[in-house]
Structure formats: structure tokens, C-alpha cells
Design a protein around this ligand. Structure first.
Ligand code: GDP
Ligand code: MG
Length: 435
């Protein structure tokens, strides 16, 4: 890993032209990442074809490396799919009627609570109609969700006729500014569910049908979106459960299939775990990249300053001596704090022990003075430094025994962390690049 990382960083920065081979290589990385994130295969190939064509045809602007430019193209093409910014709920009718659809368990009812709170904060007064006659206690769930929120709620647990409930609810709230309709997500037969949605839709006559998709379901999202879009006219999408490891790639395929924008994402079970959709963040996550732009910029700087690659390799391979650490200190002066560098590599930022990154200039100077009092053998084989050597080194450098021990402790912690990096398997295109 170590050698490849250094090599890749150099390659990234130094690539003079886009040749076909490089483009193919990058596109393959991207494909792998998208497929791992559950994006539909056909969509992946359609995307990569466009990306490849553009990368080969277009001239990167001055000051941008080819690889950076390819990543820019990837961003642009994905943004083309999901939209460049979150679209708002545009309340342009009174009442503005939002009907929620989606399979049971996708998070409709929870999201209705979240959206209600969101709209209240914007100064609206939404009312809610419960038409889910299939889930026991569906009404009760909504009542509890909205208990502290002062929301008018219509429902009747005794009434098993969803269409009738919808009719009455809409009638009751015709003077409100927003009416949100909750629906069932299950029937004995799927077709019955879709038929019910179709009928409900003609009764409610919604201004916006919001489809709720569970972000963890992967490929099925596409089928679901198609089915619901046929029964109703889906106007927007909410992806839930993006608080876990799911990347929502399935939902991306759904979006591209039915052409409705993602407006919100759910990031937890609580009422405030709800965010306006952020395309750039969503795409970075999809590609498994951290702050890719910053990393690339950094890579260029590093190459310019021509850092000691042997040290970098030692750092990452786990064969890490005090001598390497000494060089690392010198390198850190050029690159910035270790933590900052590692933060830019996805999944690595939080792997560095806190105290390993918090070494002040003053401490570094002290450490260097002590290392100057060590023999070559001690520097390359720090494990030989026991009590008597500690004494000698402290005396020689004019420090205390504690200082030497602290240096050794710092060394051990850092070495352990470096070993961790070396073994770590990273996913995503960066991980592949570094292997
Ligand atoms: P519905 O059947 O579509 O109405 O789904 P519910 O709203 O009843 O939600 C089903 C389950 O998913 C509940 O346990 C919710 O707490 C959970 N849930 C909903 N949205 C999210 C989310 O964004 N993150 C997580 N972790 N759980 C969620
Ligand atoms: Mg529900």
C-alpha cells in the first residue's frame, strides 16, 4: 500500500496528458465504486460511457490536472442525474396537498413527522390525514409523533376504508395551508396496494406525491419507483435510513428512472434527523470518496516539494523506526499536521490517535534534541532503549527521563497507527488506487 500511495500521489500530480489508458483506468475505478454502492448496472455503464467520451474529447482547463478533470466530469454527470441543488417544497396552492407513498417500513410515517416539523419551522401549519388501514395502530403512531407539535390530525382507527378516510380528511382540512396524507405500504397483494394508491390519488388530487425509499434496499428501489410512479405521479423522492452504511445508490437508479428529484434524506429515527438533499455530499458518498478535491490539491503540493518517499513508505508499511519518525517530523512541516493529511483520505482521518497528531512545535524541537543524543542503532532499533539508555539519552540531551519516555511512547503510538494504515483495506476508488 505504501509504495502505491506515494506513486499514485506522484502520478496524480504529474500526469501531463489524458491518454486513453488513464481514462479507462479511472472510469473503471468509478464503475466499481458505483456498483458497490448499488447503482443499477445499466445506469453505471451509461454513465461511464458518457464520462469516457467527454474525458477523451474535452480539453482540461489550465491549471487542472487530467485526473482532477475526469473527477470533475464524473461529478457533473452525476449531478445531471440528481440535480445541482435540493428542490424546495413549493407551496403554491391552498391547501397544498402532499401524498406520501412507499412500501411498508420505508419510513413514510416517520418522514411525515419530520416534514411536518420542517414545514412548521418555515411558518406553515400542516395538517395530517391518516389513511393506513393495514398497519395496526397507524393512527396512534402519527398521534404520538405529532403529540408535542400542535398538528391537526385526522384519522379513525375504526374505519377500514382508506378512500373514505381520505375524502373526509381532505374535506376537514380544506382551509389549512398544507395537508399531508399518509398511506398504507402493504396489502395482501402488491397490485392491490398500487390500485389503492391510484384511487387515493384521484380522491386526494395531490399537488405533490412524495415517494419514500428506504436507502438500504439497493437495486429494488428502481422497481418500486417504477411501480409507484405508474400508480400515481411521483413528484419527489425522500431517501431514508442514510444514517447507516447505505449509500443510496439504489435510489439513484430510481431517480434516473422516473425523473423526480430527491428533496430530502432521512438520517435517523428522531424527528430532527432530516436534511435537505445535498447533491455533492450524496455523490461523494456514492463514489466512496472523502474530500477528493482537497486531496488532489494536496497531492500536487506534496509532489512539488518532492518529499522523501522512503519515509512515506516506511510510515505506511509499519517498518517505522525513530529515524523514520524524525524524517516524518521534517515532512510534517511541509505537509501540515498529520491529522489534516489523513483526514483527506476517506476512512483514515479518525484512525490516528488523538495524541499522535497533537505534537506542538515546542515538543518536536525537544524530541529532535533527544534523538540527536541517540546512537544510530537506537534510532533504527528503538526497542533496545531500556532504563539505562533512557538515563544516558536524557543526560546527554539535558532532558528528564520522563521526557525520553514520553518520546518513546509517542513513537509507539504512532508506529501502531501506521501499521493500522498499512493493513487497512479501503473500499472505494481511492482504496483501489492505493492498493
Ligand atoms: P412506514 O411503514 O413507511 O410508515 O415506515 P415507518 O415510518 O413506520 O418507519 C419504519 C421504521 O424505520 C421505523 O422503525 C422508523 O423508526 C425507521 N426509520 C424511518 N426513517 C429512518 C431513518 O432515516 N433512519 C433510520 N435509522 N430509521 C428510520
Ligand atoms: Mg406508516
Amino acid at each position: 500500500l505504501g509504495k502505491n500511495l506515494t506513486k499514485t500521489m506522484k502520478k496524480l500530480a504529474g500526469m501531463p496528458i489524458i491518454d486513453e489508458e488513464v481514462v479507462k483506468e479511472v472510469v473503471k475505478d468509478i464503475q466499481r465504486a458505483l456498483i458497490q454502492s448499488d447503482v443499477n448496472i445499466k445506469l453505471v455503464f451509461k454513465l461511464s460511457k458518457t464520462i469516457e467520451e467527454r474525458a477523451l474529447k474535452e480539453e482540461p482547463p489550465k491549471g487542472i490536472t487530467p485526473r482532477e478533470y475526469i473527477i470533475t466530469i464524473v461529478y457533473e454527470e452525476l449531478v445531471n442525474l440528481v440535480g445541482s441543488k435540493a428542490e424546495e417544497v413549493e407551496v403554491n396552492a391552498k391547501p397544498y396537498k402532499i401524498m406520501f407513498v412507499g412500501l411498508q417500513g420505508s419510513g413514510k410515517t416517520t418522514t411525515i413527522g419530520k416534514l411536518t416539523r420542517y414545514l412548521q419551522k418555515k411558518g406553515f401549519r400542516p395538517a395530517i390525514v391518516s389513511t393506513d388501514t393495514w398497519r395496526p395502530a397507524a393512527y396512534e403512531q402519527l398521534r404520538q409523533l405529532t403529540e408535542s407539535m400542535d398538528v391537526p390530525l385526522y384519522g379513525d382507527p375504526e374505519n377500514k376504508d382508506a378512500l373514505d378516510l381520505a375524502k373526509k380528511g381532505i374535506e376537514q382540512f380544506k382551509k389549512n395551508d398544507i395537508v399531508i396524507v399518509d398511506t398504507a405500504g402493504r396489502h395482501k397483494e402488491e397490485q392491490d396496494l398500487l390500485t389503492e394508491m391510484e384511487q387515493l390519488s384521484s380522491i386526494v388530487n395531490p399537488n405533490e406525491v412524495m415517494l419514500v425509499i428506504d436507502g438500504t434496499i439497493g437495486q429494488q428501489a428502481r422497481e418500486q419507483a417504477l411501480a409507484f410512479n405508474q400508480a400515481t405521479d411521483v413528484g419527489s423522492i425522500v431517501i431514508t435510513k442514510l444514517d447507516g452504511s447505505a449509500k443510496g445508490g439504489g435510489a439513484l437508479s430510481a431517480v434516473s428512472e422516473i425523473g423526480a428529484p430527491i428533496k430530502f434524506i432521512g438520517t435517523g429515527e428522531r424527528i430532527d434527523d432530516f436534511e435537505a438533499f445535498d447533491p455533492e455530499r450524496f455523490i461523494s458518498r456514492l463514489l466512496g470518496m472523502g474530500d477528493i478535491r482537497t486531496l488532489l490539491e494536496k497531492a500536487e503540493e506534496i509532489a512539488e516539494e518532492d518529499i522523501d518517499t522512503d519515509t512515506m513508505d516506511a510510515m505506511l508499511s509499519g517498518k517505522f523506526t525513530l529515524k523514520d519518525m524524525y524524517s516524518q517530523f521534517e515532512m510534517m512541516n511541509k505537509m501540515g499536521p498529520m491529522q489534516q493529511v489523513m483526514n483527506m483520505i476517506p476512512g483514515m482521518g479518525n484512525k490516528l490517535p488523538k495524541n499522535a497528531s497533537q505534537v506542538t512545535e515546542e515538543k518536536l524541537t525537544k524530541y529532535k534534541i533527544m534523538m540527536d543524543s541517540m546512537t544510530e542503532h537506537e534510532l533504527t532499533h528503538p526497542e533496545v532503549i531500556k532504563q539505562s539508555r533512557v538515563k544516558r539519552i536524557s543526560r546527554g540531551s539535558g532532558m528528564k527521563n520522563e521526557d525520553v519516555k514520553e518520546l518513546l511512547k509517542y513513537y509507539n503510538v504512532t508506529k501502531k497507527a501506521m501499521k493500522g494504515f498499512g493493513k487497512r483495506k479501503m473500499s472505494g476508488p481511492l482504496g483501489q488506487m492505493m492498493r
